[in-house]
Design a protein. Structure first.
Length: 340
């Protein structure tokens, strides 16, 4: 019997990370390849692998009978989907609830009430991100931290964020609305970035609702290469971290590592596996204006020139240059504590 088995999601057309490979890579980092196995439901059917702990990715084609037959001491359901709802069918839910109360997602909302122990998944980290951090640390040692050239920065797609309000999912164009708020109510602040152009239908829909947005689309309309993107973060005093498709996003870690003050959607009660340094960010309550938070962040960055190193020190308790490492035991302890 192995220690860990990840049965990947197969119930929809998903990328490797969303199917569950991100979880496998994390387990292999801390426990090694011999102790960690992964397979698809089809592979499991041909060779019913046993393990101490089995993680089952959802959505899945595993039947309720197959879930009941999983040979393990501990069972965890999980999904990497950008959705507040849980990804099992009613039959699968009944089978899982008979065996476990553990269900994990990339982030956790305080308003969820599923009667389950909602755990947190490791999210995928990218080599280009770690390279950017390493280069930044070298430059800081040889010279100094980059000198900010702008007050506020944001670069990204204009996607709507799904919020969970009073038991219902509400779509909010948070990225667009924050930038409109700054444009209309903080014209004295210098801004860099903008929204990456998307398909004409989406642009038409947004401009029919919000008016002319030509000032906001990034020149050229294309996504910046990663080096340019990360450099733009380093050149700004305040970075915006609104939601992605849902309230969790990789952007938080990119912004925090770049050394600027981060204005985020409200993460005082939301959570991710690598906890954000809540006291070192400025939080915007859901539905509130972003302008007061930006002005507070600018003032805090002016008064405390050690914020970047405090943020770096917090993250490096869990990451090693933005990647998972066996040397960061604190993160492994946080992961295992969720199993109860």
């Amino acid at each position: 019997m192995g220690d860990w088995l990840v049965i990947t999601a197969d119930g929809a057309a998903l990328g490797r990370g969303v199917r569950g490979h991100s979880l496998t890579w994390f387990l292999q980092t801390y426990c090694g390849y011999r102790a960690t196995a992964h397979c698809t439901p089809a592979t499991w059917r041909r060779r019913t692998t046993r393990a101490d702990t089995i993680f089952v990715g959802l959505p899945s084609t595993l039947s309720a009978e197959e879930i009941a037959a999983l040979d393990c001491r501990r069972l965890v359901a999980f999904d990497y989907l950008d959705s507040h709802s849980l990804a099992w069918t009613p039959e699968q839910e009944q089978a899982f609830r008979k065996r476990t109360d553990l269900y994990w997602k990339p982030w956790r909302e305080p308003s969820w009430n599923y009667g389950l122990r909602m755990g947190l998944l490791p999210i995928r980290r990218y080599g280009r991100f770690s390279t950017a951090i390493a280069m930044d640390r070298v430059v800081r040692r040889l010279r100094s931290a980059p000198k900010p050239m702008h007050d506020v920065a944001f670069l990204g797609r204009p996607n709507a964020t799904r919020f969970f309000v009073d038991g219902k999912v509400v779509f909010v164009e948070q990225r667009l609305e924050w930038l409109l708020d700054l444009h209309q109510n903080a014209a004295d602040l210098s801004f860099v970035g903008g929204l990456v152009k998307v398909d004409p239908q989406q642009r038409e829909r947004l401009e029919s609702e919000y008016g002319d947005l030509s000032w906001l689309w990034r020149e050229g309309g294309q996504k910046a290469n990663y080096a340019s993107y990360y450099r733009s973060l380093q050149q700004s005093r305040v970075l915006l971290a609104p939601g992605g498709n849902v309230p969790w996003t990789y952007r938080h870690y990119e912004c925090l590592y770049s050394g600027a003050m981060v204005v985020t959607l409200d993460y005082r009660e939301r959570d991710m596996l690598v906890p954000l340094p809540r006291d070192l960010m400025v939080h915007v309550p859901d539905g509130a204006s972003v302008v007061p938070a930006v002005r507070e962040a600018l003032e805090r960055s002016r008064l405390d020139n050690r914020l970047d190193e405090q943020t770096y020190a917090h993250l490096e308790q869990y990451f090693w240059l933005g990647r998972y490492s066996r040397a960061r035991k604190k993160l492994w302890d946080r992961f295992v504590d969720q199993l109860g």
